[in-house]
Design a protein around this ligand. Structure first.
Ligand SMILES: *[C@@H]1O[C@H](CO)[C@@H](O)[C@H](O)[C@H]1NC(C)=O
Ligand SMILES: *[C@@H]1O[C@H](CO)[C@@H](O)[C@H](O)[C@H]1NC(C)=O
Ligand SMILES: *[C@@H]1O[C@H](CO)[C@@H](O)[C@H](O)[C@H]1NC(C)=O
Length: 301
C-alpha cells in the first residue's frame, strides 16, 4: 500500500519535471513569435506614415524565407522545363517568388507577427513575396496602391506594406521615400553612410531582421502620394527582402461572381502559384467586362 503510494508520488514528480523540461525546451526552440515589443519600433516619417521595427525577424526566420525562395526558384525551373513553356521564364528571372500563406509554421508565425504589429487581419494580406537584388538592381520609384480597377478587384486597395530585410547590404539597397516630408522626429542614418540615391528624401538602410512598415493610404483610405518609394541600386553585396502587402479588405475571400467561376487554361493553377495573378492581372483576372483566363485560380470568384 505505502509502496504503491510512494511509487505514484515519485511518478507524479518525475512527470512534472519531464513536462516542465519539455515545455521550457519547447518554448526555447520556438519562441512565441507573435509577441511584439513596441519599444523596438522607431518612427521614420509621418508623411508617409512609416516605421521601422528593429529585429522583427530572427536569423532563423530570415534564412528560412531565403531558402524557401531559393527552392521555389529551383522547383519552378524544373517544372517549366518539363512542360516546355518558355514564356514564363521572365517570371523567374525577375528573381521574385511568392510564398503561399501559412506554408509552414515559420511562415505562419511571421504572418501572425505582422498582423499583431500592424493591427491588420491576416486575411487582408497577400502571399509574402521574396525578392533578390544583385549588383546594380533596383526598383524605380513607385506606389504600392493601384489606380486601375482590375488590381483592386481582390481585397480593394493595398493600404499597408511590410518590407522585411533578410540580409545586410554592404552598400546601397536603401528604401527611399523621395516625397517624404522631413520631420525632426525621424532618426536618419548618418548621410555619408548612404548611397547617393538615398540622400534624396528619407531613407531606410536595409539591416537583416529589420522590418519597415508604411501606409500607402491616408487613414481616410485616400491614396497618399507621399508613399512614393524606391529601392536604391545595390552597389556592393546582395540584398534579399520579403514583402507583405496588406489590403483594405480580405484578399482571401472569393468574390461572389456566381456561375462562370472557372479557369480557361490548364496551367492557371501553376501560374497563380508563380505570382502571375499580381504580375499579369489583365490576362489572369481581367475586368468585369472582359473576364481573365484564370479567375478561379486567382481566387477572384
Ligand atoms: C532545365 O533547363 C536548365 C537550363 O535551361 C538545364 O540546366 C537543366 O538541366 C534542365 N533541367 C531538366 C530537368 O531538364
Ligand atoms: C548586420 O549589421 C548589423 C549592424 O548594422 C550587425 O549588428 C549584424 O551583426 C549584421 N548581421 C550580419 C548577419 O552580418
Ligand atoms: C494555355 O496557354 C498556353 C500558353 O499561353 C497555350 O499554348 C495553350 O494553348 C492554352 N490552352 C488552352 C486550352 O487555351
Amino acid at each position: 500500500m505505502a509502496a504503491s503510494r510512494s511509487c505514484t508520488l515519485r511518478f507524479m514528480i518525475l512527470f512534472s519535471i519531464a513536462s516542465f523540461l519539455y515545455q521550457s525546451c519547447y518554448s526555447f526552440l520556438s519562441p512565441p513569435s507573435s509577441i511584439i515589443n513596441p519599444s523596438k519600433v522607431k518612427q521614420v516619417s509621418w508623411k508617409p506614415r512609416a516605421f521601422v521595427y528593429e529585429g522583427f525577424l530572427t536569423d532563423l526566420e530570415c534564412d528560412h524565407l531565403i531558402s524557401l525562395a531559393k527552392s521555389e526558384l529551383k522547383r519552378s525551373a524544373v517544372a517549366d522545363n518539363v512542360s516546355g513553356k518558355s514564356k514564363l521564364s521572365e517570371v523567374r528571372t525577375s528573381s521574385g517568388m511568392f510564398i503561399s500563406k501559412a506554408k509552414d509554421p515559420i511562415v505562419a508565425g511571421i504572418e501572425d507577427k505582422i498582423s499583431t504589429w500592424t493591427f491588420l487581419p491576416k486575411e487582408n494580406g497577400e502571399d509574402i513575396q521574396v525578392l533578390r537584388y544583385e549588383h546594380g538592381q533596383k526598383y524605380n520609384p513607385h506606389y504600392d496602391y493601384f489606380v486601375d480597377k482590375v488590381n483592386i478587384a481582390r481585397g480593394g486597395h493595398r493600404t499597408a506594406t511590410v518590407l522585411m530585410y533578410l540580409t545586410n547590404v554592404t552598400k546601397g539597397g536603401e528604401t527611399v521615400f523621395p516625397e517624404a516630408e522631413e520631420s525632426s522626429l525621424h532618426t536618419t542614418p548618418a548621410k555619408d553612410d548612404l548611397s547617393d540615391c538615398a540622400k534624396k528624401g528619407i531613407a531606410v538602410k536595409p539591416r537583416r531582421g529589420d522590418a519597415l512598415l508604411f501606409f500607402s493610404l491616408h487613414p481616410n483610405a485616400i491614396p497618399d502620394p507621399s508613399s512614393l518609394h524606391a529601392g536604391c541600386p545595390v552597389t556592393e553585396g546582395e540584398k534579399w527582402s520579403a514583402t507583405k502587402w496588406i489590403h483594405v479588405d480580405s484578399f482571401d475571400k472569393n468574390l461572389a461572381a456566381g456561375d462562370n467561376c472557372m479557369d480557361s487554361n490548364e496551367s492557371c493553377e501553376r501560374w497563380a502559384v508563380l505570382g502571375e495573378c499580381s504580375k499579369n492581372p489583365e490576362y489572369m483576372i481581367g475586368s468585369p467586362e472582359l473576364p481573365g483566363y484564370c479567375r478561379r485560380s486567382c481566387k477572384v470568384c
